[in-house]
Design a protein around this ligand. Structure first.
Ligand SMILES: [Zn+2]
Length: 412
């Protein structure tokens, strides 16, 4: 428990030291922060290290297909109202990266940890979290709906005996299915823009009925639980019925939903909504995402979106005057090598915006846009795309490695 700081046993200390040494070597060799390699070395020497590092912390785990890095950041800011926080802020979200982050926890009282969806059950077993936030589940790149359903089942089995408070999105049937095996769930009406993965009932395979914001299965009775927290327009509604305004610097409905979930998590740790939300307002960008950079007389907003649900949420950010949009798609390892997911996205929301297409797979995207009847031009690279746009605001939406490429070109 927090505050009751037990020293690490000798083997765990050795593992932490060896991990830090490996990370330092990796850094010196010019291979990034080295935190993942350090974590791998440390876990090899002491497989129980993650559990030992977590034992002095009150831990929150955050998992989802989309929004977990941002929500982790918002929860970390909110909990700083109650004490020092350690977090894997740069998104190294598998066990080695999480171990490396916690090894640097110092005198932290809270651990706010983003976890890859596939590792959630295992990490939850190791770190005995006090709370787990579950935001959404949808297909990621080439995952098919059946694989997303299996992931929900994996969560459901892994969380069934958990003593953690599960803070879960009542509007995502797969998340509800996964969370409802737990004895202690706080439901949040956080909304769901992307519904394509939630038309069949996760409990029985029946057809889901979706009147308005409600949903239920006509076959087995599986239905939307009554939420105690909700996002309503620009406000968080708390369980007492009070409405708290959301004044984030981060754009979009999806981030208001992330803030609502974060306020519910903070409340589970005794931080009231107003204090939690005010802390969240300081966040302007998360690991470079949402950053607005000046480049060649333009203001370019950098938006990362990795899968169909992410692209759809991102399109909803760019309402207002029809600013030029740069779309960048690669298909390297971290992106998934197949681009057929581009066909799952509805591009009609971009109608009226001048569009430039770049990236390794710009021609795949061009074919898709052509079929959608949306005007666009194909550009050789980011610099050329920017030159095509008039001075002023540009929205740039990119998948994972395309985002890294873009930041290298326009970042400052
Ligand atoms: Zn059903």
């Amino acid at each position: 428990m927090a505050g009751n700081t037990e020293p690490l046993p000798p083997r765990a200390k050795l593992a932490v030291t060896a991990g830090k040494a490996a990370a330092a070597v990796s850094r010196a060799a010019g291979r990034g922060s080295g935190s993942v390699i350090g974590g791998k070395v440390a876990l090899r020497l002491d497989p129980d290290l993650l559990a030992k590092l977590a034992q002095n912390l009150d831990v929150v785990l955050v998992s989802a297909t989309n929004g977990k890095t941002t929500t982790t950041r918002l929860i970390a800011e909110a909990l700083r109202a109650a004490g020092p926080v350690v977090s894997n802020a740069l998104g190294a979200n598998m066990p080695a990266g999480i171990t490396a982050a916690l090894a640097g926890s110092g005198d932290a009282r809270y651990g706010v940890i983003e976890v890859d969806e596939k590792y959630l059950a295992a990490v939850a077993r190791d770190v005995t979290p006090k709370a787990i936030a579950l935001l959404n589940l949808s297909r990621d790149q080439l995952d098919r709906a059946a694989e997303t359903r299996m992931l929900a089942e994996h969560w459901r089995e892994g969380l069934s005996g958990s003593k953690a408070v599960i803070v879960a999105n009542a509007d995502d049937p797969l998340v509800v299915w996964a969370a409802s095996s737990s004895p202690n769930v706080v439901w949040v009406a956080a909304g769901q823009e992307w519904k394509d993965d939630a038309w069949s009932c996760p409990a029985c395979g029946g057809v889901m009925q979706r009147p308005g914001d409600d949903w239920f299965c006509g076959e087995c009775g599986f239905r939307r639980p009554t939420p105690s927290w909700a996002l309503s327009g620009d406000h968080v509604l708390d369980p007492h019925g009070s409405a708290w305004p959301i004044r984030l610097q981060l754009p979009g409905r999806a981030n208001k939903a992330n803030a609502t979930t974060s306020a519910a998590v903070a409340a589970a740790f005794g931080v009231p909504p107003q204090a939690a939300l005010e802390r969240m307002y300081s966040v302007t960008a998360v690991a470079g995402r949402y950053d607005v950079v000046s480049f060649q007389g333009r203001e370019i907003r950098l938006l990362l979106a990795k899968n169909p649900a992410g692209w759809l949420e991102t399109f909803s950010l760019i309402d207002g005057p029809p600013a030029p949009v740069i779309l960048a798609v690669n298909a390297r390892g971290a992106d998934g090598t197949d681009t057929s997911w581009l066909w799952d996205v509805d591009y009609s929301r971009l109608a009226g915006h001048p569009i430039c297409v770049i990236g390794d797979r710009k021609l795949d995207l061009a074919v898709r846009l052509e079929v959608a009847g949306v005007d666009f031009q194909v550009c050789e690279n980011a610099a050329e795309a920017v030159r095509q746009c008039p001075p002023g605001r540009i929205e740039a939406i990119a998948n994972y490695t395309a985002f890294q490429d873009l930041r290298r070109v326009v970042g400052n």
